[in-house]
Design a binder for this molecule. Sequence first.
Ligand code: UN1
Length: 515
Amino acid sequence: MLFSEAKDVVSAAFALRETNPGVYGGSWSDGSDAQILECFSPINGAPLGRVTEAGAGDLAEVAGRSLSAAAAWAEVPAPKRGEIVAEIGRELAMWKNELGLLVSIEAGKTLSEGQGEVQEMIDLAGFAAGLSRQLYGLTIASERPHHRMYEQWHPLGAVAVITSFNFPCAVWSWNAFIAAVVGDAVIWKPSSRTPLTAIAVTRLVGRVMERHSLPPVFSLLVGGGGGVGNALLEDPRLSMVSFTGSVATGKKVAEVVSQRLGRTLLELGGNNGVIVSDKADLDMALKGVAFGALATAGQRCTSTRRLLLHENVYSGLLERLVRAYQHVRVGDPLLAETLVGPLIDEGAVETYLEAVRRAVDQGGRLVCGGTRASVPGCEGGHYVLPAIIEADPAMDIVREETFGPLLYVLRYRDLQEACALHNAVPQGLSSALFTRDLREEEYFLSHRGSDCGLANINTSTAGAEIGGAFGGEKDTGGGRESGSDAWKAYARRQTVSINHGADLPLAQGVRFEIA
Ligand code: UN1
């Protein structure tokens, strides 16, 4: 598809204008900040539009409205909230094509990945709707006669969700749909690099809420981290802040929010390794590694950044991987045959090139790629050739996350050594082992194996399904989002003790007799 065509389609579908209001809290308004955000496509550098940025005053207003919305929304029975979220899912499905295109032109994802991102939101809406009938609490056996104990989960109120450019809407839905069925109102601050997708999604979602005359459960504030972002962190009305982004910023978020004893849910960087055993199905491993390292141009927190190859398969698989890289089409993500689109901006290209330079300086051997790529017809875009670097575990840079298609290859002799190497990085998000050996598989999944939040056997580090809890350990921040029981992060737990007897026995046998 042509870029100009795609731009026309999305502008018409979502009523995007030259300048768009950056604040939604039941109605749209211009952000009160003096700044106007200019949006450019990473595909060719073409301007996509402008957004008026929200300031601290807008937050004050929107947070107030969100709190009242949360109070009204909590009165709606959870399964009814689930029905509304299901309807939002259907609205998104109706606009899947256009929204996917917008993700592609704003974030530079391939057409298939842009569509996949919208599908992830649709899946989440279905999951959240089902969950709305399963917000279970435990019952607990009481030690006191005629007593009953149980747990119940109440909404937190208003929560903030700060998302990154690489998943400009799916990660919001992981948080927002779950928080909404629990009964919270959500204020979204999207990445300043992908605000138009957030505006389009909020338009669709707002339409459903307005159709049912519901309060603004889903609000939006477009603005920079320094301005409205900081204000969000400091606002005591927002009981929880979910943040997806870098480790450095995540540490700041944790510090500021914990100062006011607010809660955080952090999904920070990954440095994900794949171990390929000499007992692996190598065709499968090849595909899994290529997808993990190259999808979204290596800009996922789940991207494969380290490849640990058993010495018996080292040269063979490396050679095949290099050949596969040579056939991978880097270029305009709107073309069906493209597998690797652009990086998000010029800064990302420079960071990538600098990482390649540092890796080589530290003794790495650049096997392929690692340079800028020129793409005819997309001259203003930010393209690089994916790099494979033979590395040594002693190289500092192997412990860092660089958002780009940069893969470090390391050699190992036995699985114990491979797991030790694998875990010797500060991050702990995703991991994978390719093997057909049951003992190896079980070792990797035991406490001695992968130390990550996500462990995969014979599949990629990237591309997790929504049904599992998503997140990681160590510098990844410890948060869990999306499936399983991640909903508990958006709720407050209440332990209830009920005495239905005729006297008041005390726990632990304590005696306290009053006259
Ligand atoms: C992210 O990069 O922040 O597992 C999320 C995956 C996607 C989500 C990635 N489902 O690769």
